[in-house]
Write a protein that binds this ligand. Structure first.
Ligand code: ADP
Ligand code: GN1
Ligand code: MG
Length: 380
């Protein structure tokens, strides 16, 4: 979906279908997410102005919007209930709040078949595509670990699987093989080296999925899209206050969430960076991430998970690289893109990062070992 500004009158029409009083006075496309079409909308409400996030849900990606929103409502209500028991917490800022339609539904379907949802706008906090300091990395990791811990006692039934086999890396590998075979956009020739690298790494694809299948790794409720711009950091304190983008919260492995944090924080570059000399993993960043995550999720981790922490970053980075390259070969049908080679640029950064992470696996193992020891000592 392209980032298109929606005229105020049209936005007013959509806003009027939700439990929101007042007149829309400003509306603009917002954020840098790759999937949904997000708008920040300001509404005049008597003497005050209030902002909301309006999102057009990507129905090509999410086939069952009702099942998706059932998950979002369950997850946000569960977290809200937990937070209400914590003195000094502010649930309106620390979890997303779904604003219902006037019919009491969690989303709106327009006559044209467009799906809209509304959240309170979380003020005084921002997301970052590239972290600016190790402190930000640590705070973001703490927030994702806390999110994980808050959802650990979500009762049955399991959450809906909003995208089947989302983190099934071997299946993502097969999708790439099919895309190479079909070459529908005639782009194979322009990315021979990337295809070759992707195919050469098949052996790393199955460690987590095999561990889940054998029972060696515990299934958990996970976020599954923990890139750093899916957590809001408070502008004043710097704390990670709210985990957002809940579309893929579903059963998974903690290693998916840890791995995607590694992918999106250990480097000082944008996902679509063209200068590959800038793409490498920094171990001080990894150390900050491990410290933050261990602080809030460490107590629940089992040894089999800890053992795979040093590999999780390369796994998820490889998987997302496979997906970007597949989308490039299929003619950019999945991720939002702003120019023709963007998916290829993204695939290249991911594969360069995979190499860098693989080269530094022993350093990561030492860092994890030290952090586990420190956490165990502090719990004694
Ligand atoms: P996508 O699925 O496309 O990534 P997100 O739900 O992550 O969409 O939203 C895109 C961006 O919009 C986020 O990175 C964040 O900057 C901003 N955003 C989303 N929800 C809120 C909110 N409730 N309050 C403030 N900003 C938000
Ligand atoms: C998408 O929605 P967003 O931009 O947070 C994608 C993730 C990828 C990420 C890569 C539902 O995340 O899986 O890791 O892009 N989300 C979906 O940046 O496919
Ligand atoms: Mg997002």
């Amino acid at each position: 979906m392209a980032k298109v500004k929606i005229p105020i009158e049209q936005m007013q029409h959509i806003v009027s279908a939700f439990e929101i009083e007042g007149q829309v006075c400003e509306s603009m496309p917002y954020g840098s997410g790759h999937i949904n079409d997000t708008h920040a909308v300001t509404v005049n409400q008597g003497n005050t102005r209030r902002r909301y996030i309006l999102q057009q849900i990507n129905h090509t990606v999410f086939k069952n919007v009702s099942a998706l929103m059932d998950n979002v409502v369950r997850v946000t209500q569960h977290i809200r209930t937990q937070l209400e028991r914590v003195p000094g917490s502010n649930p309106d800022r620390e979890t997303l709040t779904v604003v219902p339609t006037r019919n009491g539904d969690a989303f709106l379907t327009t006559a044209e078949g467009v799906y809209w949802r509304v959240y309170y706008f979380i003020e005084g906090a921002l997301t970052y595509d590239v972290p600016r300091s190790n402190q930000q990395i640590m705070e973001a990791a703490r927030a994702f670990g806390r999110f994980q811990a808050l959802l650990a006692d979500l009762i049955e039934p399991p959450l809906n699987e909003t995208i089947p086999e989302f983190h099934h890396t071997p299946r993502r590998f097969e999708h790439l093989e099919s895309a190479v075979g079909a070459d529908v956009a005639g782009r194979n020739a322009s990315c021979g080296a990337e295809i070759e690298f992707a195919l050469s790494q098949k052996a790393i694809a199955s460690c987590v999925i095999d561990g889940l299948a054998s029972g060696a790794l515990p299934p958990r409720v996970t976020h599954n899209d923990t890139k750093i711009n899916n957590v809001m950091l408070d502008n004043t304190t710097g704390a990670g206050i709210c985990v957002i983008d809940l579309d893929t919260v579903m059963p998974g492995s903690l290693l998916y969430d840890f791995g995607d944090q590694v992918r999106s924080t250990v480097g000082d570059f944008h996902e679509n960076e063209k200068e590959l000399g800038r793409v490498f993993a920094k171990m001080d960043r990894f150390e900050a991430l491990v410290a933050g995550y261990a602080d809030t999720a460490g107590a629940t981790m089992v040894p089999a998970e800890i053992e795979l922490l040093p590999q999780a970053g390369a796994l998820i980075t490889y998987e997302i690289g496979l997906r970007f390259l597949t989308d490039f070969l299929q003619g950019d049908v999945y991720f939002n893109t702003s120019h023709e080679t963007e998916n290829l640029d993204r695939a290249r950064t991911q594969f360069a990062l995979v190499r860098s992470l693989q080269e530094q696996e022993s350093e990561m193992r030492e860092i994890v070992g030290r952090a586990v020891f420190a956490a165990a000592t502090s719990r004694r």
